[in-house]
Design a binder for this molecule. Structure first.
Ligand code: SAM
Length: 348
């Protein structure tokens, strides 16, 4: 089937790609700036200095973003994630979200944040229309946090998580990138947390992406290995998969656990067959696969004076070009090549 907007049915404002996947989820990277310098996101050189960032004019303005999202929503996008860089660093983000929240057909607005500014913004985010937040936190140890992120603000992030729970988001998930010899001794501590707090702890496989040189076979830990290691703490009870789980397989450690544990395995068991995502990078490029560097320069199209048809055409083109899978294993095996895009621009 060619990519198309199926319009024969009222509920079928649906974007369907060449491999019959329905595309309903757009991730927006609002800025490439970040207040942390996580070791897997920036290179060693970058962690010691401030890497060059996009200028304000290089980002899509909020007006441009609202126009793009408006068209995308009419085409069938229902779920939006704001990410970055650190999305809470972009000035005016709460007003922007409020305007997104006014789009009738946009039913689900989520945010991924490093949590540094979450305590300050949690209540406003919820009121503006964000229903669910993911907080990235790779360690529960303040000193280690400073090592991994380059900034000593673990307590601030923790207060942000507590605040997010207090204000009442529909879900608060913790993203943990599991890395051997870096934080894998804390897997058990994170799992304990899932028993005592209503958090979903999501172990994410470390991906060879960006210019970071720190990914290698040794640091990588598969989701299967983590599951095996967790077996000693008790039985993992598989939970019924909900739409909001995305690609995660979700479990609970014990009937009485307040939270849950998710595994996201983009490397070892990719979920490309079910991928329903498009990404808009902070530089305004539409990207149909996290791990493929092909992009459509939507910013140039917008600033060339296109009408809404031009925007929808860019979406259809991105969907038509969406690869069947990321083929990461083959690429690594054949040439050792990773994906060159920067996480901070793509947004994860
Ligand atoms: N600043 C926000 C944050 O820290 O959550 C949003 C941007 S960050 C790039 C989005 C997510 O990508 C984070 O959860 C981060 O842990 C994850 N990430 C970045 N580089 C990664 C890598 N090489 N492998 C796996 N996950 C990665």
């Amino acid at each position: 089937m060619n990519s198309e907007i199926a319009s024969s049915h009222p509920a079928a404002h649906q974007l369907v790609d060449t491999f019959s996947r329905s595309i309903s989820y757009l991730r927006l990277s609002l800025t490439d700036r970040c207040n942390l310098r996580c070791m897997y996101c920036v290179t060693e050189e970058e962690s010691n200095q401030c890497p060059p960032k996009l200028q304000h004019h290089d980002l899509l303005s909020y007006e441009e973003l609202l126009r793009v999202v408006g068209v995308a929503v009419e085409m069938g996008i229902t779920k939006l994630r704001l990410t970055g860089g650190e999305p809470l660093l972009r000035r005016g983000v709460i007003d922007f979200i409020r305007q997104l929240g006014a789009l009738d057909k946009l039913t689900d607005i989520r945010l991924t944040t490093n949590g540094v500014l979450l305590e300050k913004y949690a209540a406003d985010l919820l009121a503006a229309g964000v229903s669910k937040v993911n907080v990235s936190l790779d360690t529960l140890q303040p000193r280690r946090f400073a090592k991994i992120t380059g900034v000593d603000c673990h307590r601030q992030v923790w207060r942000g998580i507590e605040k997010a729970l207090e204000v009442g988001f529909a879900s608060v998930k913790i993203n943990v990138v599991a890395m051997r010899h870096i934080n894998d001794d804390e897997i058990k501590d994170f799992v304990r947390l899932s028993r005592t707090m209503p958090l979903q702890i999501r172990f994410i496989e470390f991906m060879p992406i960006g210019r970071s040189t720190r990914w290698n076979d040794e640091t990588f830990i598969s989701a299967d290995e983590i599951r095996t290691r967790l077996a000693q703490f008790g039985e993992l009870l598989s939970l019924e998969r909900r739409l909001s789980d995305g690609p995660a397989q979700v479990f609970r450690l014990g009937e009485d656990a307040l939270g849950s544990i998710g595994f996201i395995s983009p490397v070892s068991h990719h979920f490309c067959d079910e991928c329903n995502r498009l990404r808009l990078t902070s530089a305004g490029a539409l990207r149909s696969c996290l791990l493929h560097d092909d992009e459509i320069d939507l910013k140039a199209i917008l600033r060339g004076g296109c009408d809404d048809q031009g925007i929808s055409q860019a979406f259809l083109d991105a969907i038509r070009n969406k690869p069947k899978g990321h083929q990461l294993e083959e690429r690594l095996r054949d040439s050792g090549a990773n994906c060159h895009g920067q996480m901070s621009r793509i947004g994860g």
